[in-house]
Structures are given as structure tokens and as C-alpha cells.
Design a protein around this ligand. Structure first.
Ligand code: IPE
Ligand code: IPE
Ligand code: MG
Length: 242
């Protein structure tokens, strides 16, 4: 059922806790990541069904390269497989895939599979699903500042004209609206270099559930929590109700 009242337009999720979930079961971390991809499938389908316009998932950070090599390569492998497996579903659910982050640094095969899937779903007009891959907010802001500096140096933009719109246009998220709701699972209460600029006015929701266990009901609870909040954007409560 599509509901429109007070639904967040853009939901971003820091999918955390795969490793701890596996450890609690006496399994290796990769087992946790594999189960995590099942949770991704559920939440993507639920979001599309609810009528969320934009869902952005933190899948691999610029810092995650520092994990053991075998874990990194398993994550890349899982990503390729998930893209292949889910293409038909994305097409039948009218989901448009996008990515943020420096994907040129991903293994060539991952980059290719990702680009192919993005291309194949590009005509879809339903929910926009964005995967943050080799994404780091500091890296994103750094490359934006470099690009803007180059343009200023070449007299394409004057320094006085550098405003929020110009900055937005140089971020990976240039075609996405600001984040309304940011969810993090696993009980950690930190941002871990995700979407720093874009969450300036997002509502934050922390769940203690580990990502592989995060299901449609947990997601629904997060959305319901969001719906009850009053977003004041600096104004007073009275101003909003009048
Ligand atoms: C999130 O789960 C998945 C990625 C960061 C790729 P973790 O692997 O961080 O799980 P924990 O935090 O170790 O439990
Ligand atoms: C954040 O999770 C990155 C992703 C979910 C992809 P981490 O598990 O890497 O975060 P930290 O390092 O514990 O903050
Ligand atoms: Mg973690």
C-alpha cells in the first residue's frame, strides 16, 4: 500500500552489524555479509512498496578497504552476485539503481557490473536505489572543493558565487534530495563518514538490531518514529502549526 502522509522522501541506511551477527552464531564474517544481502533485498522491496522515493544504502566505505583482504574481496564478490541476481526484480519493481562514491577504484569487474546494472535500470521511474560504494563524505567534499577551486581558477565561477547550490552540484548526490531519515542498525551511534553534508537536517534513528536481522517490521517502526517527529528547521513549533 502506498502511503503519502508524512512519509520520508529520502531514507538513508548505515547497514551495520553483519560481523557481530555472524560471530554470535559462531560463523565467519562473510556468512554475516551474505545474510546481510537478504536483509537488503527485504528492505528495498518494502521501501518500494511503501512508496519511498529515494533509498540510499551504505554498502562499502572508503575506510572499509582497511579490513582483511579476504573480507574485502568477499564483499566485492557478494556485490557482483547480488547485482546479477536482483536485476530482474529491479526491472519488474521499476527501481532505478544509482551509486555514490568513487567507483573507479573498485575492482574492474565490480565497476562493470555496477555500471551495466545502472544502465539497464536507468529508464525505470519508480524508487531510486542508491548504493554508496567506496563512499566517504570527506572524500566527496574534498573532490568537490578541488573541482570548484579549478573552476574558480579558470574563471568559470567567481568566489562570491560559490553557494550551497554550487556545492550541492559538485557532490555525488547532486541529483538526490537531502536525507529525511537516517537509520543505523547494530546499536552504534555514529555517522562513520556517511553523507555529512546531506544529513544536516535529517532525523536520526538508531536501532539495536543487527543488520541481517533487520526486517520489514523494524523498518516500519523506524518510519513510524519519523512520522511522529516535528521537523522545525529552526522555526518554533507555533510557526509550524499556524
Ligand atoms: C556492516 O557490518 C557491513 C559493512 C561495513 C560492509 P560490519 O561488517 O561492519 O559488522 P560489525 O560492525 O563488524 O558487526
Ligand atoms: C560503516 O560501518 C560502513 C558501512 C556500513 C558500509 P562500519 O562498521 O565500517 O563503521 P565503523 O568503522 O564501525 O564506524
Ligand atoms: Mg560495523
Amino acid at each position: 500500500m502506498i502511503e503519502t502522509n508524512n512519509l520520508p522522501k529520502h531514507v538513508a541506511i548505515i547497514m551495520d552489524g553483519n560481523g557481530r551477527w555472524a560471530k554470535a552464531k559462531g560463523k565467519n564474517r562473510v556468512f554475516g555479509h551474505r545474510s546481510g544481502t537478504q536483509a537488503v533485498k527485504k528492505i528495498v522491496e518494502k521501501s518500494a512498496e511503501m512508496g519511498i522515493d529515494y533509498l540510499t544504502l551504505y554498502a562499502f566505505s572508503t575506510e572499509n578497504w582497511d579490513r582483511p583482504k579476504t573480507e574485502v574481496s568477499s564483499l566485492m564478490d557478494l556485490l557482483i552476485k547480488a547485482l546479477r541476481r536482483e536485476l530482474d526484480k529491479m526491472l519488474s519493481n521499476n527501481i532505478q539503481l544509482r551509486s555514490i562514491g568513487d567507483i573507479s577504484q573498485l575492482p574492474a569487474e565490480v565497476e562493470k557490473e555496477l555500471k551495466d546494472t545502472i544502465e539497464k535500470t536507468s529508464k525505470n521511474s519508480g524508487m531510486v536505489l542508491t548504493l554508496a560504494l567506496n563512499y566517504g563524505a570527506r572524500q566527496e567534499l574534498t573532490q568537490a572543493i578541488q573541482e570548484i577551486s579549478r573552476k574558480v581558477k579558470n574563471n568559470i565561477i567567481s568566489p562570491e558565487n560559490v553557494d550551497e547550490t554550487i556545492i550541492n552540484e559538485h557532490l555525488y548526490t547532486r541529483n538526490l534530495p537531502g536525507v529525511d531519515l537516517l537509520i543505523r542498525t547494530s546499536g552504534e551511534q555514529r555517522i562513520s563518514n556517511f553523507l555529512l553534508w546531506q544529513i544536516a537536517y535529517a532525523e536520526l534513528y538508531f536501532s539495536t538490531v543487527l543488520w541481517p536481522d533487520f526486517n520489514e517490521e523494524h523498518f516500519r517502526t523506524a518510519i513510524d518514529s519519523y512520522k511522529k517527529r516535528e521537523r522545525r528547521f529552526g522555526k518554533t513549533s507555533e510557526q509550524l502549526t499556524n
